[in-house]
Design a protein around this ligand. Structure first.
Ligand code: AMP
Length: 588
């Protein structure tokens, strides 16, 4: 397959502002791709080379890329740098300079997809002495044979800055349409993806074995399963009603979600975003080897820091200090020990448990777990008595947790990988008024700052996630709660995500000064939710011609560990508004 086919589609995708059009282009691309190349196309189109859990990033540095462009185009490095300063995009610079190059290489070979992918792989695997030179020569080699448009995308891929805005879910939509269509296909494909977190593997499976092969996909050691997430409600009556009158009520530990894969002496820990975080928790790796009495298992839990002096649970922020600090971990293990509270088993000794009801999975977990000081089982009661559950809630809060996660226990209470559904419902301590609780929103635009904020941003346009249409609907302008430090770093932080037109997955009536690709998630608190004709969140859901807005929003914190699809959904915000109305009515 020629790389040109991919570059042509990338160009069309880049130019569109419509989500459906984007899907159409992807369908076209998938149909034009031979079976054996579909995995590579899936990774490259979604901006990666491998699934996220492999932890391999291309991330070639700007300087190195400039050298490669200079070699391939024959222009001096200073000229490359100058052009880059003007364009702000090395991809464009490579394209422009290549177009200006008077003589093309004599033996110009058209680039194939396999060659581009293979060379990017080599670049990602170059380590040690001589790695820089090797990377430059690989990249320069590719660019020498590229036409200008191909060069634009090769450079962006090498920099890990392709950013076409093709989310994995969009690609799955396109796969479903290309290979048969219909809701049933879409659901089966999504489940296979949620069980494996590997878009390339899913694409290859359907291309080679059709929908039957997709239905056979099972959880496996070493491939992270997308975690099941919880919905929220603010009263126990509603929770019990949703769960059929009886549930398993469990402590909601406030820490870091960890999925542990154990196979003999091998242990792999995955984060909520499917990153391999094993090296940050050597203490848990050792402890899991002793605590899990099975040849093979995949278990799910929450890792919480504890005060070594009192044994009290500590706030989540303390664990997050471990992240990214490769060298201090040994020291931190002593200072801030952690406990992993396990609450689910997804796989034991070759058996996929994800389709079993919750209490069966929990029993399987209890059967293989020998509790230790740092690997424990999550506290739970199974009850239909609201008084008993309420007392348990107060106990949970007293012991330093966030409240409860109430879980369905009926025959359909399977593990819904990657879904935020009504099988798990959180009941958190601060639900007096809905906006006492925070929401997670995605930045989709920025407004230039004035006065004291000149040079930075005055506000960000924030959006909730609308999973039905896979778009982001705006809900407020966020300008408060930023520290001076935050403000100073905002432009730098968001610069890589600025694009010159409305991103196709953003649904907005307001036009900001800069559009942003929906990538960054921020936790926000406001005073209340009001009707607003300016925002698209919940448009027409409550009143015709009106959406919903969060009044007086303030930043709580950046949510680096969340992906945009983890953001609070439009439906949740509509629900919060309805509840707020009810409360106001009952108080007056
Ligand atoms: P939230 O992040 O507010 O959507 O709440 C859901 C999160 O609570 C899950 O992703 C887990 O990380 C965490 N959690 C803590 N305790 C439990 C538990 N017993 N069962 C399920 N999730 C839990």
């Amino acid at each position: 397959m020629l790389f040109k086919v991919l570059a042509d589609v990338f160009e069309k995708i880049e130019a569109t502002t419509k989500r459906l059009e984007m899907t159409d282009y992807l369908v076209e691309l998938i149909k034009a791709t031979p079976k054996e190349s579909i995995g590579k196309v899936a990774y490259l189109t979604t901006g990666t080379l491998y699934p996220p859990f492999m932890g391999i990033e291309l991330g070639v540095a700007d300087k190195l890329c400039q050298k490669a462009i200079s070699i391939a185009t024959g222009f001096r490095e200073e000229i490359v740098e100058e052009d880059y300063k003007k364009s702000g995009d090395l991809g464009k610079t490579a394209e422009d300079l290549l177009a200006k190059k008077a003589i093309r290489t004599l033996f110009h070979r058209p680039l194939t997809l396999d060659r581009v992918y293979g060379t990017l792989e080599k670049i990602s695997q170059a380590y040690g002495s001589g790695a820089q030179e090797a990377k430059i020569s690989h990249l320069a080699g590719l660019l020498s044979d590229a036409d200008p448009k191909e060069a634009r995308y090769i450079v962006r891929m090498a920099l890990s800055k392709l950013r076409l805005g093709v989310a994995d879910m969009t690609f799955l939509d396109a796969l479903a349409i290309a290979f048969g269509g219909g809701k049933e296909y879409r659901e089966a494909i999504e489940r296979a993806y949620n069980l494996t977190s590997d878009i390339g593997y899913v694409a290859e499976t359907i291309a080679k074995g059709g929908i039957d092969a997709i239905r056979q996909v099972k959880v496996t050691f070493g491939r992270p399963i997308k975690p099941q997430l919880a919905e929220r409600l603010s009263s126990l009556e509603e929770i019990l009603e949703k769960l059929g009158g009886k549930c398993s009520a469990e402590y909601k530990y406030d820490g870091l979600r960890i999925q542990a894969h154990i196979q003999g002496s091998s242990v792999i820990l995955f984060s909520r975003r499917q990153e391999n975080i094993t090296s940050q928790f050597p203490d848990l790796v050792d402890a899991l080897q002793n605590a899990i009495r099975a040849k093979e298992a995949i278990v799910d839990g929450e890792c919480v820091p504890v005060d070594p002096n009192t044994g009290d649970l500590l706030p989540f922020q303390v664990v997050s200090q471990r992240r990214g600090r490769k060298y201090d971990i040994e020291k931190m293990i002593g200072e801030i020990p952690v406990v992993l509270f396990l609450f689910d088993a997804l796989y034991v000794n070759g058996e996929d448990l994800t389709l079993k009801p919750y209490l069966e999975r929990r029993k399987a977990l209890e059967a293989i777990l020998q509790e230790t000081e740092c690997i424990r089982i999550a506290e739970k009661i199974v009850s239909d008595d609201s008084k008993e559950i309420e007392a348990f809630f107060h106990k949970a809060v007293q012991e330093g947790t966030e409240g409860l996660v109430c879980k369905a226990i009926g025959p359909n209470s399977l593990y819904e990988a990657g879904k935020r559904g009504w099988l798990w419902i959180k009941w958190k301590r601060s639900y007096r008024s809905e906006m006492v609780d925070t929401v997670d929103l995605v930045a989709v635009g920025a407004f230039a700052g004035r006065g004291r904020r000149a040079g930075s941003y005055g506000a960000l346009l924030m959006a909730a996630y609308n999973p039905k249409d896979d778009v982001f609907d705006t809900v407020c302008k966020l300008g408060s709660g930023f520290t001076d430090e935050d403000l100073a770093r905002l432009p730098e932080l968001f610069k890589p995500f600025i694009i010159d037109h409305k991103p196709p997955r953003v649904n907005a009536l307001i036009k900001p000064d800069f559009w942003l690709q929906p990538v960054k998630v921020l936790e926000v608190i406001g005073d209340e939710i009001t009707l607003s004709p300016l925002h698209t969140c919940g448009f027409n859901a409550i009143r015709q011609g009106s959406g919903l807005a969060i009044r007086f929003p303030r930043l709580v914190k950046f949510r680096e560990e969340r992906v945009p699809e983890d953001a609070t959904t439009v439906e949740e915000i509509v629900d919060m508004y309805r509840r707020q109305l009810k409360r106001v009515e009952s108080e007056t």
